[in-house]
Design a protein around this ligand. Structure first.
Ligand SMILES: [Zn+2]
Length: 298
């Protein structure tokens, strides 16, 4: 492969993963530089991760609502490093307390509800934190040093809900409430093998929906397929071009190739939002892309 071709492939890959050049270049050993698919168990865990982080609040922890706006990457992930049986994440330090609050399980003392990912446990090492579910394959490696993780945990878990943070007291096992909750509720978030593969493919390419310094939020939820909404940033056509890319994109097609959107029509930007553009995976799962224009007041 020519040097310039390699450089182009590395640059393209980084548009999807956000990886720093030094990390993306390491994948040169992989002859294609393509983004690997997750194993089925890993994909199931990444589906849960994406659903939880789809609720991210994009502001520093406990910042007043009217404080000056700062800009963050999708779901707070500055970059992701996808491996077949692991997903590495660099979470923005401002959003790390939210991340802890969203993904680590919280069990109501007198109820059956479990927030976050049931069974998830954190193994804190000096330079990273490994998130796994005892007895199940799949892992998420958060590339944050132990002191930063512990500071985020202290913020996320104040004394009022310390009792709910079962993961801190049961490092190697699920609690009975988590097991019960998982048995009953997991199907809500389990999209099946092809659905999970699609969702995992999306989180592994989350920078495809990144617009640099001008996206206010991304919101993702499950309702009649996957709904993904963002405000400002890349237009539908830019996102769709990346997601449909032959080398780095997902195996998806447009639901209705004839349908037009309003992203490029600035005179119509006053509409409440550019309506949804849907794409569909080969397994049949739909992803609705809903973009709000970002109106910056003069
Ligand atoms: Zn549009």
């Amino acid at each position: 492969m020519l040097h310039s071709q390699r450089r182009n492939l590395i640059r393209n890959r980084r548009r999807y993963t956000g990886e720093p050049l030094s990390i993306a270049s390491r994948h040169l050993l992989d002859s294609t530089l393509s983004i690997p698919s997750a194993t089925p168990e890993q994909a199931a865990l990444e589906t849960l991760l994406l659903i939880m982080c789809g609720r991210m609040d994009y502001r520093p922890w406990r910042a007043p609502l009217n404080s000056e706006r700062r800009w963050y990457p999708p779901f707070g992930f500055r970059y992701v490093v996808p491996l077949p049986d692991e997903l590495q994440l660099d979470v923005h330090p401002d959003l790390l307390p939210f991340f802890v609050g969203l993904v680590m399980p919280a069990v109501e003392t007198d109820g059956t509800e479990v927030g976050g990912i049931a069974g998830l446990r954190a193994e804190v090492r000096a330079k990273h934190v490994l998130l796994t579910r005892p007895g199940r394959p799949g892992r998420i490696k958060v590339l944050t040093p132990s002191f930063a993780w512990e500071a985020a945990v202290a913020l996320a878990i104040d004394h009022t809900n310390r009792d709910m943070a079962v993961w801190m007291d049961h490092a190697d096992e699920w609690t009975p409430k988590e097991v019960a909750f998982y048995k009953i509720n997991n199907r809500l978030f389990d999209l099946g093998i092809s659905g999970n593969a699609f969702t995992s493919g999306l989180i592994r390419r989350c920078h495809a929906i990144y617009g640099g310094q001008n996206v206010r939020y991304w919101s993702l939820w499950i309702d009649d397929g996957i709904q993904l909404e963002w405000r400002g940033g890349p237009t539908h056509s830019a996102v769709i071009k990346r997601l449909l890319d032959h080398d780095f994109g997902l195996n998806v097609s447009l639901e209705d190739p004839t349908r037009r959107c309003y992203c490029e029509e600035s005179d119509r930007i006053g509409r409440d939002y550019c309506y949804r553009v849907a794409i569909r995976s080969s397994g049949g799962l739909g992803l609705a892309l809903r973009r709000h224009p970002l109106q910056l007041r003069p």
